[in-house]
Design a binder for this molecule. Structure first.
Ligand code: ZN
Ligand code: ZN
Length: 359
C-alpha cells in the first residue's frame, strides 16, 4: 500500500510502498479518504530539533484524517465496517491516575499517531476502537478531516467564558483562524487577531474576526481604541509561539484577565512576571483535546451553524503531496487536504456505469 514515510533522519517526506498493517483485537483498520497536513507534519518534514528528539524512523506520518472502517478486531463492539469516522490520534495508557479518573487528555504516557507510532497518511492504518469518532450528521468530509485541529481551537476557546467579552488571538495559523470563528460563535463581543501574514489574516476576517492586526504594520493599541476596548482584553489566546506575541498578550489583558497558551514557545524565553502578579492574570496551558468531551462540543457547534469551511484553502491528490507541503511551508495556506482514492468505490462506480449502458 502507499504511505507517506519519514524513512530516515533528515529533511523530506516520501511516498513509498509499505505492507498493509495487521490490526490487534481492540483495533479497527481505517481507509483514509481525506487527510490534512498539520504544522506538526511540517516540523517532521523539516526535521527540526523537536522532530529529531521526538520522532522515530522509519515512520508513517499523519494524524488528521477522515475515512471509512474496513476491518474491525475481534473484541471491537462500538464500530462497524463501512462506517465513516475520524478519530483521536492521542493514544493514552488507560491505567494511570488521570486516565482512570476520566481525564485521559492529561495522561503522561500519551503516544500520538504519526509522531510516536505509525500514522494515517497511508492507504490503511490501525486505530484503537475507543479512539474512533463517528462523523455526525451534516458534517462534511473535509471538515471531518480537520476535527483534530478544530478540536484544539474548541478546547482553547471553551477554556474560558468568552460571551460578551473582548478577546485577543495572537497567531493566525489554522487553529487561530478557527478559534476566531468559534469565539464569535460563542458570543464574544470583539475578536481581534494578530499576525504578520496577510493571507492568513484575511482568512481570519472571513471566519468572523472583528478586526485583524498585522503587527509589522499596525499598532494593536490603536485598533483597541477604535473599537472602544479601554480596560484591555478579558481573554487572550496565544496561538503563534512568538515571544513578542506572548508579551503583547500579557500587556493588553485587563486585570483579572485569562491567557490560554497553545503556541509552542522557544525554550528559555522570559516574560515580565510582575504583569502576571499585579494584574492577577490566570495562565492556562492547552494541549490536544478532551476526549471525547471536546469532540462532542465541536460536533454540536458545527450542527448549530459554526462554519469552518473557509479555513480549507488547498486540496491535492496524495500523489501531489509535495505541493501541499510546499504551500504550507510558504505560509500561503489555511488547512491543506490530501485526498486518497477509494479504489473500491471507483470500481463500483465503473461497474454501475457499465450496467447502465443500453444493451
Ligand atoms: Zn494536528
Ligand atoms: Zn494514562
Amino acid at each position: 500500500m502507499k504511505a507517506l514515510v519519514k524513512r530516515a533522519p533528515g529533511p523530506g517526506i516520501f511516498l513509498e510502498d509499505v505492507p498493509v498493517p495487521q490490526i490487534k483485537s481492540d483495533e479497527v483498520l481505517i481507509q483514509p479518504l481525506k487527510t490534512s497536513i498539520c504544522g506538526t507534519d511540517i516540523h517532521i518534514y523539516k526535521w527540526d530539533a523537536w522532530a529529531q528528539k521526538t520522532v522515530p524512523t522509519p515512520l508513517v506520518i499523519g494524524h488528521e484524517f477522515m475515512g471509512k472502517v474496513v476491518e474491525v478486531g475481534s473484541d471491537v463492539k462500538n464500530v462497524s465496517v463501512g462506517e465513516k469516522v475520524s478519530g483521536e490520534g492521542h493514544i493514552t495508557c488507560g491505567v494511570c491516575p488521570n486516565c482512570l479518573a476520566n481525564r485521559s487528555h492529561l495522561c503522561p504516557k500519551t503516544q500520538v499517531i504519526g509522531i510516536h507510532t505509525h500514522g494515517c497518511f497511508a492507504d490503511y492504518f490501525p486505530l484503537k476502537a475507543t479512539n474512533v469518532f463517528k462523523i455526525p450528521e451534516g458534517v462534511s468530509d473535509e471538515v471531518a478531516a480537520i476535527f483534530d485541529p478544530l478540536g484544539n481551537a474548541v478546547h482553547s476557546a471553551l477554556s474560558f467564558n468568552l460571551a460578551d467579552r473582548d478577546v485577543l488571538i495572537t497567531g493566525a495559523g489554522p487553529i487561530g483562524i478557527m478559534a476566531a470563528g468559534i469565539a464569535k460563535h460563542l458570543g464574544a463581543r470583539n475578536v481581534i487577531i494578530t499576525d504578520v501574514n496577510e493571507v492568513r489574516l484575511k482568512l481570519a476576517k472571513k471566519m468572523g474576526a472583528t478586526a485583524t492586526v498585522n503587527v509589522h504594520k499596525e499598532n494593536l493599541s490603536n485598533v483597541m481604541e477604535t473599537l472602544g476596548i479601554q480596560e484591555g482584553f478579558a481573554v487572550a489566546l496565544e496561538m503563534s509561539g512568538s515571544p513578542q506575541a506572548l508579551t503583547q498578550s500579557l500587556e493588553t489583558l485587563q486585570p483579572g484577565g485569562k491567557l490560554g497558551l497553545l503556541g509552542l514557545l522557544p525554550p528559555g524565553i522570559s516574560i515580565d512576571w510582575n504583569l502576571v502578579i499585579f494584574k492577577m492574570l490566570t495562565l492556562k496551558g492547552i494541549y490536544g483535546r478532551q476526549v471525547f468531551k471536546t469532540w462532542e462540543q465541536m460536533a454540536q457547534m458545527l450542527q448549530e451553524g459554526l462554519d469552518v469551511e473557509p479555513v480549507v484553502t488547498h486540496r491535492y491528490p496524495i500523489e501531489d503531496f509535495q505541493k501541499g507541503f510546499d504551500v504550507m511551508m510558504k505560509g500561503e495556506s489555511g488547512k491543506v487536504i490530501l485526498e486518497w482514492v477509494d479504489e473500491e468505490a471507483v470500481g463500483l462506480e465503473f461497474e454501475e456505469e457499465e450496467e447502465a449502458q443500453p444493451a
